[in-house]
Design a protein around this ligand. Structure first.
Ligand SMILES: Cc1cc2nc3c(=O)[nH]c(=O)nc-3n(C[C@H](O)[C@H](O)[C@H](O)COP(=O)(O)O)c2cc1C
Length: 185
């Protein structure tokens, strides 16, 4: 029998590592699990008051890398510490960056897949900043590609488990989309 649980929430969440530059050009990164794809070419993230939020308002461009099992400690660290208190936050967790050629934002070298985003709307609502951004590009290391496409089996991205408050690695394929259900047609 199904039980009613206090609070409803979408689960699982993706773990997005947002890369930005501040006004002095110092790169920063933060962990954001309250976000995702909107339509075919946009994303949305809900941000509280952070150095990242300030940087996005300033530059209106940022990157989003996908947290991986291999880099889970560094990905968690950027969600624990603020770049406004620890200016060398990225160095502390072993992240280095390369400037994106599409947006004024850093691409984290240690995270294999990154999308490049440009803000289309900033909504101040319910005490947070809701950022809607267009995806203008994507970068991926060759090692995580199969036939030119991102292979999640190779990337090993993590998702955020809100109930368990932990990261879980994305698992095996259990069937082809728009395909496995054809057995029931
Ligand atoms: C798993 C996890 C998910 C998080 N998700 C969000 C989020 O979606 N929105 C948000 O505003 N903060 C989120 N945070 C908190 C920020 O990542 C954190 O406050 C960070 O230190 C901000 O860094 P900054 O001040 O350098 O930008 C999350 C933290 C963790 C560990």
């Amino acid at each position: 029998m199904k039980k009613s649980i206090d609070r409803g929430i979408i689960t699982p969440h993706p773990v997005l590592i947002i890369g930005t530059y501040d006004k002095d050009g110092t790169p920063n990164a933060m962990n954001a699990a309250w976000g995702g794809q909107v339509g075919s070419n946009q994303i949305s993230v809900s941000l509280s008051t952070h150095k990242t939020t300030e940087n996005i308002k300033l530059n209106r461009e940022f990157t989003v890398a996908f947290a991986t099992a291999d880099q889970v400690e560094a990905c968690d660290y950027v969600g624990l510490v603020s770049g406004s208190k620890v200016p060398d936050k990225l160095e502390k967790c072993g992240f280095t960056v390369t400037q994106s050629d599409r947006v004024n934002a850093p691409v984290i070298d240690q995270l294999p897949v990154t999308i490049e985003c440009r803000v289309v709307a900033l909504q101040e609502e319910f005490g947070e900043t809701r950022v809607v951004a267009e995806i203008v590009g994507m970068k991926a290391d060759e090692e995580v590609l199969t036939d030119g496409k991102v292979d999640l089996g190779k990337l090993r991205p993590v998702i955020y488990d809100t109930a368990g408050k932990c990261y879980r690695v994305v698992g095996d394929s259990v069937g082809g989309a728009w395909n496995v259900g054809k057995k029931l047609l």
